[in-house]
Ligand binder design. Structure first.
Ligand code: ATP
Length: 274
């Protein structure tokens, strides 16, 4: 989990232009961000501020990229965590980690002279799952702490916190998180359509030597159902095939082989988990 956090924290220098497809998700996110940063203006109108944005959709569709771009767009520091980091054997540890996460974000923003911090929590369902029938779980305290932090987001001035969370399983989330005043902006991040796939392939082809005849539109056509992460793999695997054959350029054949490999890889992954 620590590794993942380090990886995802990384430099947040990523703009919306570097995210392929996802046009409506990008637009909705930008609208929500514009709204969140105009805090003074909206409170003058008595508008209730949104405290968090929830990104929902299948794995590998660019939710983390969107959160990073949101940090760049709002000139914020980017602090990332995954829900699984907060699940602990010992009661109270998860809650104190949540507290630290928010504290860490504020400290980093102050240190870097930024007015805001984007906190990104991936796999929010791990801590924010439904609490059924009043049943207490050992990590209820963690969720309660998150709710407390969310409630406090606008009571302290700068640095302002923008909370973005992601899940593949929105239906699992506890109602406390879905109530107005919590994550009340939900943005769907779906698998890309053909046009989106073409865009993503183009972005990942930028640093690769493609043969002139290569038709990325055809690749987009043949990769129905692929996520952005899988398309990135296709480009990468194609480059590996080309290099292995000591060729200077990536050809359409390398791309076809790569599509098969990524598709097959997914299947074996799935079979081994069944
Ligand atoms: P998870 O739910 O598994 O955390 P995610 O939706 O957060 O997935 P990302 O971590 O944002 O997915 O994407 C993983 C990688 O896939 C990215 O680093 C990038 O290389 C590639 N990728 C995914 N979506 C896109 C996209 N829309 N445009 C460009 N690259 C993408």
């Amino acid at each position: 989990a620590q590794d993942r956090r380090r990886r995802k924290n990384g430099p947040a220098k990523l703009t919306f232009a570097e995210i392929g497809g996802q046009e409506s998700a990008k637009q909705e996110l930008i609208e929500a961000l514009d709204f969140m940063v105009r805090y003074e203006e909206i409170t003058k109108f008595g508008i209730r501020p949104i405290k968090g944005i929830l990104l929902t959709g299948p794995p590998g569709t660019g939710k983390t990229l969107l959160a990073k771009a949101a940090a760049q767009y709002t000139n914020s520091v980017f602090v990332a965590a995954s829900g699984s980091e907060f699940v602990e054997m010992y009661v109270g540890v998860g809650a104190s980690r949540i507290r630290d996460l928010f504290k860490d974000a504020r400290t980093r923003a102050a240190k870097e002279n930024k007015e805001s911090a984007v906190i990104f929590i991936d796999e929010i369902d791990v801590i924010g799952g439904k609490r059924e029938g009043g049943q207490q779980r050992e990590y209820d305290q963690t969720l309660n702490q998150l709710l407390t932090e969310m409630d406090g987001i606008y009571t302290s001035d700068t640095p302002r916190i923008l909370l973005i969370a992601a899940t593949n399983r929105k239906e699992m989330l506890d109602n406390a998180l879905l109530r107005p005043g919590r994550f009340d902006r939900h943005i769907q991040v779906d698998l890309p359509d053909k046009r989106g796939r073409g865009h993503i392939l183009q972005l990942h082809a930028q640093n690769k030597p493609l043969a002139e005849h290569v038709d990325l539109e055809k690749v987009a056509e043949e990769t129905y159902g692929f996520s952005g992460a899988q398309l990135e793999s296709v480009m990468n695997e194609a480059a590996i095939y080309a290099m292995r054959e000591s060729e200077e350029l990536i050809t359409q054949l390398h791309l076809s082989l790569a599509i098969d490999k990524v598709m097959l890889g997914e299947k074996t992954d799935r079979e081994s988990t069944v």
